[in-house]
Design a protein around this ligand. Sequence first.
Ligand code: ZN
Length: 372
Amino acid sequence: MKKGFLSLLILIFCGSVGFAQNARNLTDEQYMALADSIHKVVISFDTHVDTPTYLLHPDGHFTVAKGQVSFSLMEKGGLDGAFFAVYLDQGPWQNQKSLDSAYTWCKDEIQAWKDYVNQRCSDVAEIAYNTDDVKRIKKEGKRIVVLCIENGYPVRTLSEVDEFYKMGVRYITLSHNTPNQICDGSRYPGRAYWHGLSPFGREVVERMQQIGIMVDVSHVSTESLMDVLKVVKAPVIASHSACKALKPSQTRDLTDDEIRAIAAVDGVIQVATGRFFLTDDLPSHKVGVKILANHIDHIKNIVGARYVGLGTDFDGGGGVVGLDNASQMKNLTVELLKRGWTVEELRGFWGGNLLRVWEKCEKYASDFQNGR
Ligand SMILES: [Zn+2]
């Protein structure tokens, strides 16, 4: 496809003219060329990959390792950045020794991952500590690395929230599937301990927002989510979650009411790609990009494109046919274009929505610290 034609297409789409009516006659090759040009101009993020665990512990028992993310795969897929999670299995949170070892382990893992990026990959990737970094690193053509923790289990005190912030952590998933000292998880509703946030958890959420760590509500129970939404002063994210309306048997997925509640605080739901999140209607080896796009469209239909993005869960169980590693991101863009998504909507989906939340969290933290 000629460059001029591409620019013309993008101009048409940016002019809020629906894409579908203009694109009926595009070939698959033309769709891919258009997706390619879109990925060049937008900032794109995957908000949840478990790659640090995979890289640091290739034979470890945590690993559902497939090697789905590398900086070269990201570049090939037109993916600018990812939130790289240090993941913690939930251990006995009422036992001080176990909390202590979770804390130490988490700090060591974060440092090891930072060393990996800074010492071995600095020519192709850089850690972003704020949204200005994100924009600068994109301009420099490097991959953007953001640090995060999946499971608040290592947080023993409020001052440790600050400590993790100083290390570069920019979101914390409050729990994994079961209760911890912060809140209940979503996987086993019958095992709720706090019936929402714990008193300590409430303080942790407040402190996170006061210093600029985004609150991630993926994996938390409905009661925990509703408690969080009462406490927060800035938007939250669900870093990797799908829609329960399309997979009623999955307790981890978000109900339509939960999706509306997250959107009501101007948060964003980043759709996960784990096949077990997405449908009961197909065997897992047949779950593909269209099924994933159904979840994305479902969120768009009930609250709007402003509130949806992508958090693949690669290297942690994520991946569907056609989107099974970071090099295949444009296949999803093509599918969404075919469904009538405009370039502006795609700009939001791939990163604009997430950056809006992050910027609002930065502003709240800055205002709080300056006594405003
Ligand atoms: Zn997860």
